[in-house]
Design a protein around this ligand. Structure first.
Ligand SMILES: CC(C)(COP(=O)(O)OP(=O)(O)OC[C@H]1O[C@@H](n2cnc3c(N)ncnc32)[C@H](O)[C@@H]1OP(=O)(O)O)[C@@H](O)C(=O)NCCC(=O)NCCS
Length: 209
């Protein structure tokens, strides 16, 4: 299974994997609870996505020499380590799955396929100030969308609106970092820096609290 592992620093690492039809890795490392969750996914493509994201987090943890703790979903849908140590975030999109782990700080990761149709839904997730600086370019829009997803996942609570509560500072289409903040919620005034990578026609973003 093709994997790209990036050790960000001594406390954090991310891994991206290609979702393949045949799995050559074993899922034995999963906790009992995770094995049950996996067994309950009926759609074959969803099963592959879910499993590949878990292989990705397994590989990211290996890069940091952290034993796989098993993860459960909290009431917001965010994965939490079963031993309460460290923070994780997972993502999957057409053909890829990824994961990030940090020993001490909340993290968010997202991957999105760049598609023309995102230009039509900008008004749903962008503030007028963001619509102003973004070029009518699906890459630029997808970067904004993905940065907001990463920020959303990092903070982890449902009910935070992409359009109303997550505001991005102006950035160029070739930017490697995007700055943003959450406003108008209990988490107002937290400022995030989102890292951006391009993997062919997929945008990957991640942020560390
Ligand atoms: C839940 C949500 C974060 C999932 O993102 P997505 O791009 O659809 O899917 P991804 O594959 O990138 O991420 C899925 C992972 O997000 C994680 N996730 C789900 N809820 C989460 C939360 N509240 N916090 C952090 N991570 C979460 C899960 O680990 C999930 O993977 P898993 O099901 O394999 O465990 C997203 O759809 C969402 O709800 N966003 C907020 C709602 C919103 O404002 N949408 C825009 C309106 S225009």
């Amino acid at each position: 299974m093709q994997t790209k592992i990036e050790k960000i620093d001594s406390s954090s690492a991310l891994a991206v994997k290609i979702i393949e039809s045949q799995q050559d890795q074993s899922l034995d490392f999963l906790s009992f609870r995770e094995k049950l969750s996996f067994a309950n996914i009926s759609h074959p493509d969803k099963k592959k996505e879910w499993a590949t994201a878990r292989f990705a987090i397994h590989d990211a943890l290996k890069a940091l020499e952290v034993p796989y703790p098993g993860f459960f979903k909290d009431e917001h849908g965010k994965s939490q380590a079963m031993n309460g140590q460290g923070f994780v975030s997972l993502t999957h999109t057409f053909g890829f799955a990824g994961a990030i782990f940090h020993r001490e700080l909340p993290v968010g990761i997202d991957m999105d396929l760049v598609r023309e149709k995102i230009l039509k839904i900008g008004f749903r997730f962008l503030d007028p100030a963001e619509l102003e600086f973004l070029e009518k370019d699906p890459f630029h829009y997808t970067m904004a969308w993905s940065a907001k997803e990463s920020i959303f996942k990092c903070q982890g609570k449902r009910g935070v609106s992409f359009r109303e509560n997550i505001l991005l500072e102006p950035f160029e289409v070739n930017a490697m970092k995007i700055k943003g903040r959450i406003r108008g919620t209990d988490f107002a005034d937290h400022h995030y820096t989102v890292d951006v990578r391009r993997l062919e026609n997929v945008i990957l973003t991640y942020t560390i609290w």
